[in-house]
Design a protein around this ligand. Structure first.
Ligand SMILES: *[C@@H]1O[C@H](CO)[C@@H](O)[C@H](O)[C@H]1NC(C)=O
Ligand SMILES: *[C@@H]1O[C@H](CO)[C@@H](O)[C@H](O)[C@H]1NC(C)=O
Length: 505
């Protein structure tokens, strides 16, 4: 009996020792380890210092190996050939132009400012739970704010405060008097001796937008004792989806309209139309025509729009695009020629299955893609824009295509997106890249090299009348580069503009 007792005690001792060891190791390797980094050690950290890497060694942070501005907003525009506002105007006008430009730019910035551009930092060890992203309300409408809560240790009383700037708080619950203070206002306090109750009340707080704005945000602050958090509520009127009916058989003719512009060169236009009709006999062709003595273009599915004489290149593109009723349009120059490799179906497939807005193809086997880079400048000198040939990277799912910023004069595009950017009619004679500059940030552009079109051969015209037409055309096309330069700068209004342009022809 004594032996059994003592072995029993012995067993218990062993158990206790094992337990103690387990607790010791658990504490040592989990609790302690987890707790240790939380201990405040500001004094130590404050003495630490890191030297920053010199900027010339940070070129790897720039996508094109340039200098990394690191939020300094002081681009140098030292890449490529320069076009500056200064060069485009008479020096005696430059001061007043700069003044006007500054005012316009300030207006632009004001229109585009958003509280969402402010950085919000979450403070450490916050006992607050709140939504950090994705809360959205339509203007003047209401939502229940999701995810509000407090996780704190025992207190005698709990009080939290919500503050908004563009909307008011309410509740959808029957809350006893005295708990909510400031209902219907921009500042609401919730007070309760019970944390559990406080959290239940917080579940039913609503936010109501009070200013009709189609796209902004309210930064709401949520505070408990010394802990404060901020989170955005997006106030946004979603635009109406614009859907197009592709028809029962999803015929390409119900999805795509061909647009072009002609000026004097009817002989070239007729060759283009004949080549289109060999492959797409039923596709609508829209022609904008600013010739002096218009010739009627006959044929089924052709719409010819006559414009005042020499109205210009972009005015014509604008007019043609504005008359398109299909989901997509195809832009083609009047002197191009469709071949069996001009497979519009391929371009259509890319647009139907990716988020691209514009897709270009190859002309005479050349790709003519260009990337646009935009760098922040300072208030006085403006920003820098420059272009480099090529694409950013391959288009997912389409190995023959790349994502880029601008393409050649042969592209298929979403009609609505083209119209939203528009072709600036101030650019009358030489303009193409300008459309993609205007579309920077609103058009996603790609280019595919497995779809081809060719230029019509530059034959020496034997007919005297055609020779005269070509000569006249050339005078318009090449006469006025000075006009191009100044219009270009007016259109963009960004001083310090650097742009590498290349012509397709
Ligand atoms: C901007 O950069 C230029 C040189 O590129 C320099 O001379 C100028 O001081 C800089 N300005 C500011 C505000 O950093
Ligand atoms: C073009 O339209 C005509 C008449 O509707 C039709 O008979 C013909 O098959 C169509 N051609 C093509 C290639 O779709």
């Amino acid at each position: 009996m004594g032996i059994r007792m003592s072995s029993n005690i012995f067993l218990r001792i062993i158990l206790v020792v094992i337990l103690a060891l387990v607790i010791f190791f658990c504490t040592k390797f989990t609790t302690l380890r987890n707790l240790r980094p939380v201990r405040k050690n500001n004094k130590h950290i404050a003495n630490l210092h890191l030297n920053l890497t010199p900027s010339e060694k940070l070129t790897f942070l720039s996508p094109y190996g340039g200098s990394w501005l690191h939020g300094k907003n002081n681009c140098s525009c030292n890449i490529g050939k320069q076009w500056t506002l200064l060069a485009a105007y008479d020096s005696k006008h430059i001061l007043s132009i700069e003044k006007r430009r500054k005012l316009q730019y300030e207006q632009h910035k004001k229109r585009n400012e958003s509280p969402l551009k402010n950085v919000i930092i979450a403070q450490p060890n916050s006992p607050l739970s709140y939504p950090s992203n994705g809360v959205e309300v339509m203007p003047l409408q209401s939502i229940v704010i999701p995810g509000l809560g407090v996780f704190a240790s025992e207190r005698r009383d709990y009080m939290v405060k919500l503050k908004a700037t563009q909307g008011v708080f309410n509740t959808i619950a029957e809350v006893p008097e005295g708990v909510l203070n400031g209902l219907g206002g921009k500042e609401l306090t919730v007070t309760s001796p019970s944390l559990e109750f406080l959290n239940i009340v917080l579940k039913y707080i609503t936010y109501t937008s009070k200013i009709y704005h189609i796209n902004t945000a309210d930064i709401v602050s949520f505070q408990f004792e010394e802990h404060a958090a901020e989170f955005p509520i997006l106030i946004r009127q979603p635009p109406m989806p614009r859907l197009f009916d592709p028809g029962q058989d999803r015929d390409i003719n119900s999805l795509v309209t061909i647009t072009t512009k002609t000026f004097l060169r009817y002989h070239k236009l007729r060759i283009l139309i004949d080549s289109i009709r060999r492959f797409y006999p039923n596709m609508t062709i829209i022609i904008a025509d600013d010739s002096e003595i218009p010739e009627k273009i006959e044929g089924p599915h052709i719409e010819q729009y006559l414009m005042p004489f020499a109205k210009g290149w972009f005015a014509g593109r604008n007019l043609a695009a504005s008359q398109v009723t299909t989901k997509y349009l195809l832009w083609v120059d009047e002197d191009f020629l469709f071949t069996k490799d001009t497979k519009l179906e391929k371009l259509l497939e890319v647009l139907e299955s990716t988020s691209l807005d514009v897709v270009g193809a190859s002309v005479n086997g050349n790709k003519f893609q260009f990337k646009l880079w935009y760098e922040k400048g300072n208030e006085d000198d403006g920003e820098c824009l420059f272009s480099k040939p090529g694409g950013f990277h391959a288009l997912d799912g389409f190995p023959h295509c790349v994502v880029t910023s601008g393409v050649v004069n042969f592209f298929m595009a979403r009609t609505a997106k083209i119209l939203s950017v528009g072709f600036d009619p101030r650019l009358a004679r030489i303009a193409h890249s300008e459309f993609f500059i205007d579309g920077l940030g609103s058009l996603l552009v790609g280019s595919c090299n497995d779809v081809h079109i060719v230029h019509q051969k530059k034959e020496k015209q034997t007919q005297e009348s055609l020779k005269a037409v070509e000569k006249r055309y050339a005078t318009f096309r090449h006469a006025n580069k000075g006009q191009f330069k100044s219009q270009h700068s007016v259109a963009i209004l960004n001083l310090g503009l650097v742009l590498l342009l290349f012509s397709v022809t």
